[in-house]
Design a protein around this ligand. Structure first.
Ligand SMILES: [Mn+2]
Length: 616
C-alpha cells in the first residue's frame, strides 16, 4: 500500500459556537458549512452575513483606515493649490496595480499625476532617494507611496527636508519607529481600528480611491475598473481571499469577465484566456507573473503603463514587451534554480535553506519560493548587488519570516515584509552569522511544531514533517459525499491562492479499478456502500503502481461535477491516497480502531477489517 505524499491536516474538532450555528441557519447555511467557514477564519456572525451578502456589502468604510482623514485633507489641499503629485508604486504586481489605481483615482479627483516605479536592481524596495530627487526636479510638492513606504524613514525625511509632503499607503509591517510621513495609511498600524487587516497594497489603494471618489459622477464605473486591478494585486500578493479581499475579488472578477480594462484585455489575449473564463487561478498563474516579469527582468514602468492605458494599440505593444520579459524571467529562474540546487547538494540539510549565489535580483524571490516548496523548509536566497547582499525569503511550515528578520535586525541594513515572504539587505560580512541565526530560529520553530504535533498524537509527526501539507476542509465517510456537499463547497468561490479550493477527506473507499491515463495521470474507480465514485488524480501516475484492486483507502479530493452523456455525476479530483484509517482522525470518523502505519503496509488485520466493514 502506498504512503501518503502529503501531510494531511484534518479540520480541528473544536466545538462550534451556538451563535454561529444560529446565524448560519438564519442565512441558510448548514452547520457543516459554518464549520468549514470557521476553519477558514469566519469567526463571528457578521462574517457569515458578509459572506452571503452582495459583494459591495463586504466593503468597509474607507474612512476607518488610519490617517484616512489626513490623506484626504492633504489631497484636497493639493487640488486647491494646483499641485502635482508623484505616485510612487512598488515594482511588483501588487505595486503596479495599486499605482494604476491611485494614479487613476487622483486624476479623477482633479490632480496632475506623475507615476513613478523604481528599478528593483538600482533602487530596491521602498521610497527611493532617486524618486525624491525626481520629484524635486519636477517641482512636485506631494508624494503618495503605494504598497511601500512604511520603513522608508530616511527617504521620507529627505523629502520633508526638500519641502515635499509624503503620504504613505501600504500594507507591510510597520516598524516600532515609523517614518515621519504626513499620513501613514496602513491597516497594520498598531493603533489601526480598521476592521480588516488583510488588504493588499492595491487593496489599500482601492479603499483610498473609494474615499477620493465619494460623490464623483463616474465613481461606480471607475471603481469597477479599479476593482479589476485590486483583484490582481491581491491575488499576486497571496493575500487571503476572505472578508473584504473576497468582496474585492468578486467585484473584480465580475468586472473583468464583463469588460476588462484595455491593458488587461491585451494581457489575456497573450495568455490565450477568454475574459469570460477568468478566475483567480488564471489571475495567479497567467496575469500576475506577466506583470511581475516587468519588474524582475525589465522595466516595471511598462507594466504600470499597460494597466493605466486606455489605448488598445499601446496595450498590445506593452503586452508583447511583458511577454518577452516573462520568457526571460522563466529562463533565468530555471538557471538560478539549477545552480542553487547544486550548491545545496553539497551543504548540510538545515532547518532553513539559506543559499548565497550570483543571480539576477529579480528572480531570487522565485528561487526562494521554489526551494521552500520542494524542500518543505523556509528558504532564504541572497545575491550580491554592488557592495551589499540583497536577500529574499519565502516561508514554509508556518515560520514567521518577518519576525525572524526582526530578530536579526542587528545583522541587517534593512528588512521588511510579511510572515510568508520578506526581503532584506545585509553586509557581506554578516551573511554567515545571519545564516546561522536563521537556521537556529527555524530549528526552534520546527521543534515547537513537532512537539505540538506529537502532543496531538499525529503519528510520525517528526519524521514526516517535510511533506507538504494538505489542509482538509471536511472529513466524512464516503457514503456522505453528495450533491448538497458539492453545492456547499462551491459557495466558497472564488477560490485560488489565498482561498484554496475546498478539499474533502473521503473515508472508507475500496479501489475497484485503477489505471494510468495519458499525461501522467491516474484514473480510479472507487467503491463505497452501494455505488462507485469516479476519481482522477492529476499528475499522480505513481498511484497506479502503489494501489491495487481491493485496497481500502481514504482519499483527499476536490469534488467536481461532471456531465457525461446527459448524466451529472460527482467526480473526485484525488490529491492523495492513504490506507484507510491510517490517520487517527479518519479512524475516529469511521468508528474503527486506529491502525499503525506498519500494519497498513502489510494490510489490515482480519479483525480490523471486520470492524471496519461493520462500521460502514
Ligand atoms: Mn504588496
Amino acid at each position: 500500500m502506498i504512503e501518503p505524499t502529503f501531510r494531511w491536516r484534518f479540520p480541528q474538532r473544536t466545538s462550534l459556537p451556538a451563535e454561529l450555528v444560529d446565524a448560519g441557519a438564519e442565512l441558510g447555511l448548514s452547520a457543516r458549512l459554518v464549520r468549514i467557514l470557521l476553519e477558514r477564519g469566519l469567526r463571528v456572525p457578521a462574517d457569515l452575513v458578509a459572506f452571503t451578502a452582495e459583494p459591495s456589502a463586504g466593503l468597509n468604510d474607507p474612512g476607518l483606515l488610519p490617517d484616512a482623514d489626513r490623506f484626504l485633507e492633504r489631497c484636497v489641499r493639493a487640488r486647491s493649490a494646483g499641485e502635482t503629485v508623484l505616485v510612487f508604486g512598488d515594482f511588483d504586481a501588487d505595486g503596479v496595480t495599486g499605482l494604476a489605481i491611485m494614479a487613476g483615482a487622483l486624476r479623477a479627483f482633479g490632480l496632475e499625476v506623475v507615476p513613478y516605479v523604481p528599478s528593483r536592481l538600482e533602487e530596491g524596495h521602498g521610497l527611493s532617494l532617486r524618486a525624491v530627487a525626481a520629484a524635486r526636479e519636477r517641482g512636485v510638492q506631494l508624494i503618495v507611496t503605494v504598497d511601500c513606504g512604511s520603513t522608508s524613514n530616511a527617504e521620507i525625511a529627505a523629502a520633508v527636508e526638500a519641502g515635499i509632503d509624503v503620504l504613505v499607503t501600504d500594507h507591510h509591517r510597520v516598524p516600532p519607529d515609523p517614518p515621519a510621513a504626513a499620513a501613514l495609511v496602513n491597516p497594520h498600524r498598531p493603533d489601526s481600528a480598521y476592521p480588516d487587516r488583510r488588504l493588499a497594497g492595491s487593496g489599500v489603494a482601492f479603499k483610498l480611491a473609494e474615499l477620493l471618489l465619494a460623490g464623483h459622477v463616474a465613481a461606480p464605473q471607475l471603481l469597477a475598473g479599479f476593482a479589476q486591478l485590486a483583484t490582481i494585486g491581491t491575488v499576486a500578493d497571496v493575500a487571503p481571499i476572505l472578508g473584504e479581499n473576497r468582496a474585492i475579488a468578486r467585484l473584480g472578477l465580475a468586472s473583468i469577465r464583463g469588460a476588462p480594462r484595455p491593458g488587461l484585455e491585451a494581457l489575456l489575449a497573450r495568455a490565450s484566456i477568454l475574459a469570460a473564463n477568468v478566475d483567480l487561478e488564471s489571475v495567479a498563474f497567467s496575469i500576475a507573473p506577466r506583470l511581475n516579469a516587468a519588474g524582475r527582468v525589465g522595466e516595471a514602468m511598462e507594466a504600470a503603463r499597460l494597466l493605466m492605458t486606455d489605448d488598445p494599440a499601446e496595450a498590445t505593444e506593452l503586452a508583447a514587451a511583458l511577454e518577452t520579459a516573462n520568457d526571460t524571467r522563466r529562463d533565468l529562474t530555471k538557471e538560478a534554480m539549477i545552480e542553487a540546487e547544486t550548491i545545496l547538494a553539497a551543504t548540510p540539510d538545515d532547518a532553513a535553506t539559506v543559499v548565497l549565489g550570483s543571480w539576477p535580483v529579480g528572480v531570487i524571490g522565485l528561487v526562494a519560493g521554489r526551494l521552500a516548496e520542494t524542500r518543505g523548509r523556509p528558504a532564504v536566497v541572497g545575491t550580491m548587488v554592488g557592495e551589499v547582499i540583497r536577500g529574499s525569503s519565502r516561508s514554509a511550515a508556518g515560520f514567521d519570516l518577518a519576525a525572524a528578520l526582526e530578530a536579526c535586525d542587528d545583522l541587517l541594513i534593512r528588512h521588511g515584509g510579511h510572515p510568508g515572504a520578506a526581503g532584506f539587505e545585509c553586509d557581506p560580512g554578516h551573511w554567515v552569522p545571519l545564516k546561522e541565526r536563521l537556521v537556529l530560529l527555524a530549528a526552534a520553530a520546527l521543534a515547537r511544531s513537532a512537539a505540538a504535533a506529537a502532543a496531538e498524537g499525529i503519528p510520525g509527526a517528526a519524521e514526516h514533517d517535510r511533506r507538504p501539507e494538505l489542509r482538509i476542509d471536511v472529513a466524512l465517510p464516503a457514503a456522505e459525499v453528495d450533491y448538497p456537499l458539492l453545492r456547499e463547497l462551491a459557495s466558497l468561490a472564488p477560490t485560488g491562492p489565498g482561498n484554496p479550493e475546498p478539499l474533502v477527506a473521503v473515508l472508507g473507499l475500496t479501489v475497484s479499478r485503477i489505471r494510468s491515463a495519458t499525461g501522467g495521470h491516474a484514473q480510479l474507480t472507487l467503491r463505497r456502500e452501494r455505488d462507485v465514485l469516479d476519481g482522477i488524480a492529476f499528475g499522480r501516475a505513481d498511484l497506479v503502481d502503489g494501489l491495487q484492486e481491493g485496497d481500502r483507502v481514504d482519499v483527499v479530493a476536490r469534488l467536481a461535477s461532471r456531465t457525461f452523456g446527459g448524466y451529472e455525476s460527482i467526480q473526485l479530483e484525488v490529491r492523495d491516497v492513504a490506507a484507510s484509517g491510517i490517520h487517527p482522525e479518519a479512524a475516529g470518523i469511521l468508528g474503527i480502531a486506529p491502525i499503525l502505519a506498519a500494519d497498513a503496509a502489510r494490510g489490515p488485520e482480519p479483525a480490523l477489517q471486520a470492524a471496519r466493514t461493520s462500521a460502514l
